[in-house]
Write a protein that binds this ligand. Structure first.
Ligand code: FAD
Ligand code: MLT
Ligand code: ZN
Length: 476
């Protein structure tokens, strides 16, 4: 963990005392964790690139407990790091110094589910996959799906405004989240847990907390609109020769599959090599420079199948696609999805990862992979591109044998400048967290950052909530 430049000074927060520990232990009836192994797991991020030094992990079960924790921390000037499943990829979920970790792990109750409206209300610590399994039993699904579904919490998803594999179909959490309950820094409980689709009464405050990465409040409960489970799901994996062709296939899929298209993902041949090499997954297709994963979901399998067949015939006969396979059976669908969903896991086995999550206009989206390959040459072990093509979101990952500061200096800020010049975003869906907060100016004008800083001061005047994250320090 020596590579991250911790070019940040600890702010003047109080340090946790024995008296504080006694207070928390009493409040939480023993759900204060000081076990070193558990603390280690909560201090280190999923990518294992950052390590904080918190000595205290709190596991509240109720909103009232979260409220009392924050009121106490605010009075005592103790810094707090909200934590869900700790799967975040930008260092937002782990402390930088000795911030108290407030985990939602024990806030995992489903509060209600309405089968008429499809509105689910649950506590923030529910694991995404558990929620989806619960809904599937009732013929519904969650409107989002991520490779980290087995660990990430819905509160963490909302706090990061996670995108993922279903955004193309069901839109962002900014639309599907109908209400939130949030505890503010001073312990105030803000109950905006509406389950209405339409509610234009004043400012939509919940939007402030969606994507705020725990810097404005702790989300304790979520109300979310869930779609029906589709009766027919099919997945196709296609190979093609060039990136331009993947775009042609995308256009064709929008026109021919229309309302049943539910995912359009892509990976390049290096990603395919990494998942096959490190996870021993089998590639069902012949070698191709690019692979596309298309999913369709609809209500009538005959109708959907016919549409998909027409589409596949068209893209194969005109040579856009060089090879392809299709699945309607659950196990086969899962096997195809694994080739895409498990890239992140495979890359971690490959070496040290420089991870970038970029939005760009579709026409230029893959160009940056080639630009970085040329720029870094043999200093990078691999430069790979994959992602949510249908959403204009590229995951550019650069792998090296070990961390190398010179390599990092060759990547940044050059990459961010390139993205800004091409009207992209330096963080499409992962957020800014600790790693990227100082690059916010590449994607937002100064006036916008200033308003964000003013909002932070209004909601968290002492700055105790997730300090050192998301916003650049005031001097910048
Ligand atoms: P954490 O990692 O614990 O926290 C993330 C941030 O949210 C932190 O800043 C934390 O302080 C804050 N936070 C957490 N809970 C709360 C709360 N209750 N209230 C306020 N703030 C809170 N992301 C995508 O967008 N799309 C993907 O497709 C995707 N795929 C992934 C695949 C893998 C294999 C992995 C490891 C990660 C992936 N991610 C993806 C990133 C990550 O899973 C998401 O950002 C996820 O939403 C984080 O949820 P979490 O519960 O793990 O939050
Ligand atoms: C994905 O789409 O697989 C995730 O966002 C994870 C990643 O970017 O590594
Ligand atoms: Zn992603």
């Amino acid at each position: 963990f020596t590579h991250m430049q911790y070019n940040v000074q600890r702010l003047g927060f109080a340090a946790v005392t024995k008296e504080d520990m006694v207070f928390f232990d009493g409040l939480l009836s023993g759900r204060l964790v000081t076990d070193l192994d558990i603390l280690e797991a909560s201090n280190v991020d999923w990518l294992r690139t950052l390590r904080g030094h918190s000595q205290v992990l709190l596991r509240p079960q109720t909103t009232e407990e979260v409220s009392q924790i924050l009121r106490y921390c605010n009075d005592r000037n103790l810094a707090v790091n909200p934590q869900g499943g700790n799967t975040g990829l930008v260092g937002g979920s782990v402390p930088v110094f000795d911030e108290i970790i407030v985990s939602t792990a024990q806030m995992d109750n489903i509060i209600s589910f309405n089968t008429n409206s499809g509105v689910l209300i649950c506590q923030a610590g529910c694991i995404l996959e558990n929620l989806n399994n619960y809904l599937e039993e009732q013929d519904f699904i969650m409107p989002l799906d991520l490779g980290s579904k087995g660990s990430c919490h819905i509160g963490g998803n909302v706090a990061t405004n996670a995108g993922g594999l279903r955004l193309l179909r069901y839109g962002s959490l900014r639309g599907t989240v109908l209400g939130l309950e949030v505890v503010l820094a001073d312990g105030t409980v803000l109950n905006c847990l509406s389950s209405l689709r339409k509610d234009n009464t004043g400012y939509d405050l919940k939007q402030l907390f969606i994507g705020a990465e725990g810097t404005l409040g702790i989300i304790t409960a979520v109300s979310i609109l869930c779609p029906r489970k589709s009766a027919a799901v099919s997945v196709a994996l296609l190979g093609c020769d060039s990136f331009e062709r993947t775009l042609d296939i995308f256009k064709e899929s929008k026109s021919m599959l229309g309302e049943i298209l539910s995912a359009f993902e892509f990976l390049d041949h290096s990603c395919r090599a990494v998942v096959c090499e490190h996870l021993k997954l089998r590639n069902p297709l012949q070698e191709s420079p690019f692979y596309i994963l298309i999913e369709t979901s609809g209500s009538n399998s005959d109708h959907d199948q016919e549409k998909l067949n027409h589409f596949l015939e068209k893209v194969m006969s005109c040579g856009l696609v060089t090879d392809g396979t299709m699945a309607t059976e659950e196990n086969k669908i899962k096997a195809i999805w694994a080739l895409r969903e498990r890239i992140t896991e495979a890359l971690v086995h490959d070496g040290f990862l420089y991870k970038y999550d970029i939005s760009l206009p579709l026409e230029r989206i893959y160009e940056i992979v080639t630009v970085m390959k040329d720029r870094l040459g043999t200093r990078a072990k691999r430069v790979v591109g994959f992602g949510h093509l249908g959403d204009g979101n590229l995951h550019l990952n650069i792998v090296a044998e070990a961390f190398d500061q010179q390599l990092l200096d060759s990547i940044e800020p050059y990459l961010y400048e390139w993205i800004a010049q091409h009207c992209g975003s330096i963080s499409a869906e992962h957020g800014l967290g600790f790693k990227k907060k100082n690059f916010i100016h590449f994607s937002k004008p100064r006036a916008a950052v200033q308003i964000m800083q003013q909002m932070k001061v209004i909601l968290d005047p002492k700055g105790i909530l997730n300090p050192y994250k998301t916003l650049p320090s005031f001097s910048q």
